[in-house]
Design a protein around this ligand. Structure first.
Ligand SMILES: Nc1ncnc2c1ncn2[C@@H]1O[C@H](COP(=O)(O)OP(=O)(O)OP(=O)(O)O)[C@@H](O)[C@H]1O
Length: 325
């Protein structure tokens, strides 16, 4: 297993005080604290090469878990092994095998340098042998279309170019595990698509394991066959996307176009949309085979398709369910 997490818990101790000057003065002498249980008792495993979506509402505990896996935080309790290592020991050889990327992380620490100089600096920092460096850079340049900007100064790049270079810079030592925390946050549609395509190709080409948090369902839908849903610091679901749909969205959609005059398709399901002879029906999963068979036998059907509800709808249902339970 690339990642093993067992009974992991993380409690933050945060200072609290009442509002007002008196309370502020009192807090100087006697501080009071409150425990925030960000993550409690979570367990999961990820096999090498898997791309897993780590989802949940704001404050569910995703970033905290990622930070523990990346060795930034020491958990309160639990057992974690990533590539056989204990992350928070932060051994050099461990840190060279992983990357934690938060947000889109555009290149820019040294704006006077050229992009290639920045890569060279990273090469020294991560002690990457020359042949491997050249190979990795060539691969990343091809995937992220960097050839034309390698010789340019970082300060003169557009945001999109800095973002592509920043991503390549974070991966030039070819990490085996990527912890990606909202990698497309704040990006426009086409920039987000570049990142998504890149993540898929990087993982397919290098066999990297990816754990991805994102509130963008487009990211999750296109990249993650497996989803782990955290809620209030605990795991609420771990499985395939279709299993999540079946659990939280018990209906499918039937899209049908008929050529008959005024047929009454409302008897087969909830009518979500009707545009002339085109109907969109919501039908319970178990009833879909019988409903489609009846529609096909009774009407002149020009077109019929059965669709899964969108992931956005499924997640919305899941969050509503979790909020009320
Ligand atoms: N450094 C910290 N000190 C105290 N509490 C914290 C700290 N970091 C996070 N928390 C709390 O821990 C809980 C989980 O936070 P976390 O950032 O892991 O959530 P998240 O799922 O990543 O949320 P989001 O989707 O909003 O980024 C929240 O209640 C948060 O307020």
């Amino acid at each position: 297993m690339a990642v093993t997490v067992a009974e992991l818990s993380m409690t933050y101790r945060v200072p609290v005080r009442d509002t007002g000057l008196v309370a502020a003065a009192r807090a100087l002498v006697r501080r009071q604290y409150r425990d925030v249980h960000a993550v409690h008792d979570i367990s999961f495993q990820i096999a090498a090469g898997q791309v897993v979506g780590f989802l949940g509402r704001n404050g569910a505990g995703k970033t905290t878990t990622m930070k523990i896996l990346a060795g930034i935080l020491h958990p309160t309790s639990g057992r974690v092994r990533v590539l056989g290592e204990v992350p928070w020991r932060r051994h050099n050889h461990y840190l060279r095998k992983i990357a934690l990327i938060r947000g889109s992380q555009p290149i820019g620490d040294a704006p006077e340098l050229t992009v290639l100089d920045s890569f060279r600096y990273q090469q020294v920092l991560y002690d990457i042998a020359e042949p491997q460096f050249r190979r990795n850079l060539a691969e990343l340049s091809a995937l992220l279309d960097l050839d034309s900007i390698l010789q340019r100064q970082v300060r003169a790049l557009s945001l999109g170019e800095r973002m592509r270079a920043g991503l390549a810079l974070a991966l030039v030592y070819r990490p085996e595990i990527l912890f990606l925390d909202e990698p497309t946050i704040g990006l426009d549609i086409s920039a987000a698509k570049v990142i998504r395509t890149f993540i898929a190709e990087y993982s397919a080409q290098t066999g990297a394991t990816v754990l991805l948090t994102s509130h963008s369902m487009a990211d999750v839908e296109s990249l993650c066959p497996r989803l782990i849903l955290v809620d209030d610091g605990a795991i609420a679901f771990d499985g395939r996307r279709d299993e999540l749909s079946a659990l939280f969205a018990p209906a499918k959609l039937i899209r049908v176009t008929v050529t008959d005059d005024s047929p009454d398709l409302a008897q087969y399901g909830d009518v979500l949309q009707r545009d002339g002879n085109q109907w969109l029906l919501r039908v319970l999963r178990d009833e879909v085979p019988a409903a489609t068979a009846r529609i096909l036998s009774r009407y002149a059907v020009a077109d019929l398709s059965v669709e899964e509800p969108s992931l956005e709808h499924v997640m919305n249902q899941a969050y509503q369910h979790l909020r009320s339970s």
